[in-house]
Write a protein that binds this ligand. Structure first.
Ligand code: CMC
Length: 338
């Protein structure tokens, strides 16, 4: 919450990657570096243009990071300096890939990144060819701050596990993206919006959720493996979601939010997680639903990269044992005896 009050996303990205908030000159250097790495190669842009238009953008982005590995001169180098260079490149280039596919899929021309705009402003410009109101950009920036890092969640654990075999940063991030896609993790922000669209209007929300709970359905955007009494990121994101709704006169989503939250608390004592306010916030901004988890990726790249670098710095192979509950030991029979 304090980072959201006092910092821009770039400062938080620096913090996650470097361990401390930047001073003015460190931030200037970091921003310059990020902006200088935003462009994608012609090859990758052409690859994006050829990708199927009905593909899930998460699969496209996972593939793009994989393609970046083929071009990066540091791919095989797992030293701290090379890891930081690679992390910065993936961090800077991924929004360009997200926006390029967003526009290609709509049959629109790709917009090149600008060196004059902030991370969030540049993303809007590449998506919609315009930068929206400052309040909208700030709400987006806040969502990126809240998504940047979150300890040992599934995708971070995946990245750590891949790294622990001494594999490289591109591979670990590619695996992490696959892990984030699932609806029990990052994919929940998309699932929340599909749910709200299905409900349609606030007047239908109470009956819809009562029915879902009666049928023992999992309601997306609620619950958390770690936060049993509420996700600490929610109050901040809820505040910004409500701000955006007021500004854009789309308060039907905030009314729906209140009803769903109230019933979930009353009936199950389950609190919303950060994906609950994030999904509708992105929807009100005009972003296609299947692009919400790729936006999560754009931010979480910082957290994943920090974990990957930490793992490389002090590695131990992650190799759990599972508890076997199958048949007893048997003799191997030859094929003609089975
Ligand atoms: N809707 C309805 N019931 C729920 C929900 C939910 N969203 N979450 C938990 N419960 C119930 C669950 O059915 C179980 O009930 P019972 O004891 O009667 O069987 C009880 O609460 C305990 O849940 P659990 O499954 O043991 O909790 P878990 O720690 O395994 O699950 C979770 C955590 C996130 C997988 C789960 O809450 C869930 O599926 N939520 C919906 C998906 C979602 O929003 N995911 C985003 C997570 S946060 C952001 C991120 O990491 O990306």
């Amino acid at each position: 919450q304090e980072l959201c009050d006092k910092c821009d996303f770039e400062e938080v990205a620096y913090l996650v990657l470097n361990g401390e908030l930047p001073n003015k000159s460190q931030l200037k250097k970091f921003i310059k570096q990020e902006r200088s790495e935003r462009k994608l190669s012609k090859q990758i842009l052409n690859d994006i243009k050829k990708m199927p238009r009905n593909a899930h953008p998460m699969d496209v982005i996972r593939t793009c990071v994989s393609l970046m590995a083929l071009e990066d001169k540091d791919t095989k180098d797992n030293s701290p300096k090379a890891n930081m260079r690679k992390a910065m490149r993936i961090f800077a280039k991924t929004p360009t890939a997200v926006a390029a596919y967003f526009r290609t899929r709509k049959g629109k021309s790709i917009i090149a990144p600008s060196k004059k705009l902030s991370f969030s402003e540049n993303f809007f410009k590449m998506m919609f060819n315009k930068v929206p109101d400052k309040e909208i950009v700030r709400a987006f920036d806040i969502s990126l701050i809240l998504y940047a890092e979150h300890s040992f969640n599934v995708s971070t654990f995946t990245a750590r596990t891949i790294t622990s075999s001494l594999s490289d940063l591109h591979g670990a991030i590619t695996g992490a993206i696959a892990s984030l896609k699932g609806p029990l993790h990052g994919g929940a922000n998309e699932a929340v919006m599909h749910m709200m669209k299905e409900i349609g209007k606030p007047e239908k929300a109470k009956a819809w959720i009562e029915n879902a709970l009666n049928k023992k359905k999992v309601v997306m955007g609620f619950g958390h493996r770690v936060y049993r009494t509420g996700d600490s990121r929610v109050p901040t994101m809820k505040h910004y979601m409500f701000k955006v709704a007021k500004l854009l006169k789309k308060e039907k989503y905030t009314r729906m939010y209140e009803i769903l939250e109230k019933v979930m608390l009353q009936r199950k004592n389950i609190h919303p997680n950060v994906d609950f306010p994030c999904g509708p916030t992105y929807y009100m901004m005009g972003i296609d639903i299947d692009f919400y988890t790729p936006i999560f990726v754009m931010s979480r790249i910082t957290g994943w990269s920090a974990h990957i670098m930490e793992q490389h710095a002090s590695n131990k192979l992650i190799r759990p044992l599972s508890k076997y509950r199958g048949a007893e030991v048997r003799e191997v029979m030859l094929l003609n005896q089975r």
